[in-house]
Design a binder for this molecule. Structure first.
Ligand code: F6P
Length: 547
């Protein structure tokens, strides 16, 4: 870690801490420098608590931390996920057919395209009705079973494209459902109103051992068998996306119906693999999904080629580290002004918090600065009527505003001052200024606000945000947006020298749950030994079993 540089930046922290955004934003040359464009995308970060000198030092931090070298190692298939001895090559999943990306001396792109072609072939057959269910009916409905990285990204893209006109027309007459939570309520929600005769089940699990997914898979398999009267239905109604072909076979799935991927695809980066491509192609057709892949690839090229000062994922990563590890803000609000992005934030939450919620560096020693931010958010304007009060007058939470120049579904009412999308976007433009500038007591007095309300109505301002403006929420730009956030996450990890690609922190809870499961299983049968649990846990378990 470049300790001297962190110290140098601490000087910037003091300087920026005492300079209000009102002052910073008076410098038009500074603002212009922080208005970055790439093709039709804009990143405006002049409402961040940085001046040109701070940014210079942050770009130096990136150089000293070896971000460029680490990026090249990732793109060239080196095993940068050291604790799992794996390459990190989700970028290969969205590379063109002609690309050459090697792992252990082997070009993986032909393998990637072999699976993509197989998924196109399969989804075309299901969509056209050529692939029929056990009773001879076409399969119009799909239930995806998976959790975490094997769910969130797929649901985000599904929701985002649901109202895209081209994708929606390709999805006519089809349903896509998700079953993630092991809560039996989720089973009933996912299956509600579905007919087993016309339902295809896609089991998505990299390891094919995840407890929630395996129990849900068995539960839905039992539903299929009960409805269709025979185990034979599995051959036509159940397929899998996994790296564990032995386990999918043991589950009873024909190897021809398993779409594979590789250990160099991390769960939270896997929507570009069979994890996302199969279900999304079944719903929207492969051509739409391919536009998403192409969008992701375009962002890969931007990340690899754009100079630092124009490199959007790099700047996002630097600003998040500046805000989180140096200014000490603990959260990041992600605020898409687009209802179609309603599941974007949960996906980014997992992507960033599972990746960078780490306490030690690559060599196992503690990180010297705070790491990992609490990512949260809601689409605007709904969030404005929920938690923005806190953003304006409570805690300082650096915010990402994401908007689109055009709506998926423009509406213009005669007699209204503006079209509905302009109404939405009025908020997208207004909120960052309100956060940055605030409203002073003097301004309120000038507005003749009664004295007893002045302090209540004062807005301190000086709250950082950035704004991202993209053309329209379609498959291509969704690909660009998601890949940008993936590279933001990787950049943060490289700056902090943590491994963004492992997730050991999810293990302990799983182990303890296994002990409880064993205890509950015994207890339900009669008696069980609870001596291994803490006294308060024993007490709560006893109450639970009373019911
Ligand atoms: O939450 C932990 C995790 O391992 C994620 O990283 C992963 O995406 C998810 O569980 C599901 O894992 P799998 O795809 O193996 O079922």
């Amino acid at each position: 870690m470049a300790a001297a540089l962190w110290n140098d930046l601490k000087g910037q922290v003091t300087k920026m801490g005492s300079t209000h955004l009102r002052t910073l934003m008076q410098d038009q040359a500074r603002n212009d420098e922080m208005f970055v464009t790439s093709g039709q995308m804009v990143l405006d970060y002049c409402r961040q608590k940085v001046d040109v000198e701070t940014m210079k030092k942050l770009f130096e931090l990136a150089e000293k931390a070896g971000v460029e070298q680490k990026k090249q190692k990732m793109f060239s298939g080196e095993k940068i996920n050291e604790t799992e001895n794996r390459a990190v090559l989700h970028c290969a999943l969205r590379a063109p057919r002609t690309a050459n990306i090697s792992v252990d001396g082997q070009n993986v792109v032909p393998e990637v395209w072999k699976v993509l072609d197989a998924m196109k072939g399969f989804s075309d057959k299901v969509r056209s009705g050529e692939w029929k269910g056990h009773t001879g009916k076409p399969l119009t409905d799909v239930v995806c079973i998976g959790i975490g990285g094997s769910y969130l990204g797929v649901e985000f893209v599904y929701e985002a494209l649901k109202t895209d006109p081209a994708a929606a027309s390709a999805a006519a007459g089809r349903k896509l459902r998700f079953l993630a939570n092991v809560d039996p309520i989720d089973v009933s929600r996912a299956l509600e109103g579905l007919n087993a005769e016309t339902t295809l089940v896609v089991i998505i699990s990299k390891t094919f051992t995840t407890a929630e997914t395996m129990l849900n898979a068995k539960t839905v398999k039992a539903w299929l068998v009960k409805q269709l009267g025979t185990e034979d239905c599995v051959a036509k109604h159940v397929v899998a996306c996994s790296t564990a072909l032995d386990k999918t076979k043991a589950f009873g799935i024909d190897s021809n119906n398993v779409f594979g991927f590789w250990d160099w695809v991390g769960g939270r980066f896997s929507v570009w693999s069979a994890v996302g491509v199969l279900a999304l192609s079944l719903q929207y057709g492969f051509d739409v999904v391919n536009q998403f892949l192409e969008g992701g690839h375009a962002m890969d090229q931007h990340f690899q080629q754009a100079p630092a000062k124009e490199n959007m994922p790099l700047i996002l990563g630097l600003l998040d580290v500046w805000n989180g590890s140096l200014l000490g803000y603990e959260g990041v609000a992600i605020l898409p002004y687009c209802q179609a992005l309603l599941r974007f934030v949960p996906h980014i939450q997992q992507l960033d918090m599972e990746s960078n919620g780490k306490g030690v560096q690559m060599d196992g020693t503690p990180v010297a600065v705070p790491t990992g931010a609490i990512n949260f958010g809601e689409p605007g304007t709904n969030g404005q009527h929920s938690f923005y009060q806190l953003l304006h007058q409570g805690r300082v939470v650096p915010s990402h505003f994401i908007g689109f120049a055009a709506s998926q579904h423009p509406v213009e009412l005669p007699g209204e001052a503006v079209a509905n999308h302009d109404e939405l976007m009025s908020n997208f433009f207004a909120q960052p200024d309100a956060l940055a500038l605030g409203k002073t007591a003097d301004e309120l007095k000038a507005d003749k606000v009664p004295d007893n309300l002045i302090s209540h109505k004062t807005f301190p301002g000086d709250r950082p945000s950035l704004s991202l403006l993209l053309p329209v929420c379609n498959a291509h730009w969704l690909g660009q947006l998601l890949a940008m956030y993936e590279h933001r996450t990787a950049t943060i990890g490289w700056l902090l020298n943590v491994n963004s690609f492992d997730q050991w922190g999810v293990e302990l809870g799983k182990v303890l749950a296994k002990e409880v499961r064993g205890y509950l299983s015994q207890a339900r049968k009669g008696s069980a030994d609870d001596s291994k649990f803490l006294a308060p846990t024993k007490k709560l378990l006893a109450k639970y079993l009373d019911k």
